[in-house]
Design a protein around this ligand. Sequence first.
Ligand code: ADP
Ligand code: MG
Length: 330
Amino acid sequence: PQLANQIAAGEVVERPASVVKELVENSIDAGSTQIEIDIEKGGHKRIKIRDNGQGIARDELELALSRHATSKIATLDDLEQILSLGFRGEALASISSVSRLTLTSKPAHQDQAWQAHCHGRDMAVKLNPVAHPDGTTIDAADLFYNTPARRKFLRTEKTEFQHIDDMVKRIALSHHTVGFVLRHNGKAVRKFVARSEHNKSKRIADVVGQKFLNNSTYLKTDYDGVKIEAWLGSLSEIRSSNDCQFSFVNGRGMRDKLILHALRQAYEMTWGIAEQPAFVVFLAVPARDVDVNVHPAKHEVRFQQARLVHDFIVQVVSQALGEDSPDKAS
Ligand code: ADP
Ligand code: MG
């Protein structure tokens, strides 16, 4: 199983930020309202995630670490309407095959927390009772220690942490009711307090900045089942890089070319700007109209009606920008 898991890991675990993504998504799936992320040395040394979610029962710990074990898909119908973020049952097995993984968990109904270590070539799991509050902690140390070829591809501590920070921002934007703390080498780098359901814009200010929020054009509309909610950066938020472009499809962070292309086209049409605009865009399309299963790391989608979605975005965004005078940016 070790080798198969390592091969799967090549798909799921590109770099420390992908480990953070998988683990934080699991915490969210488990209903956590507070998630603490501790990173050491850009994640080379350690990635530790602690949540206050529903936990994993003692008898389920070993299963959670095995490949294709997911508690999230019961029927094929579920596959077509994937609601929870994780759905392949590969992340924990993959991560444990390329790191020294410790899983500690306590469901509220269990008196005692249990800790599982994976060790050896056959990935034997050892269980110990430990003290831990309700919820789960996953500690993945020494990433790629046993796959030197992959370890070589890790960039500097600073670069890897930058990717993690970006990932945490993305997840925090799409889950504003969850509180997040991100620490690097013991120092708190981000603290996003849990916001109430109707206070999404507060979280946007937390992540992208109050100035961005104040000057942005807000857009919320829908057509034929496709919904868009967007905060469109003003002229003062035009950037030389693309680090302030956040798009989400059905709640998942996406590096989506279609959305980016449509937005840039709208900015160019209305304000004549060809540089990188800043934006936060949430798109919702009926589940049957997108295929999120394109890549195991799940940051790509395929739209059934790509052209229609693209043109819809161009139209509503250019209209919203057109109604807002660019002068207000100054
Ligand atoms: P998937 O998320 O695709 O189901 P994973 O390998 O990411 O697969 O996780 C395997 C299983 O372990 C999950 O289905 C879930 O039951 C359990 N699990 C993982 N992380 C957590 C967590 N933080 N809290 C509660 N359960 C978890
Ligand atoms: Mg998962």
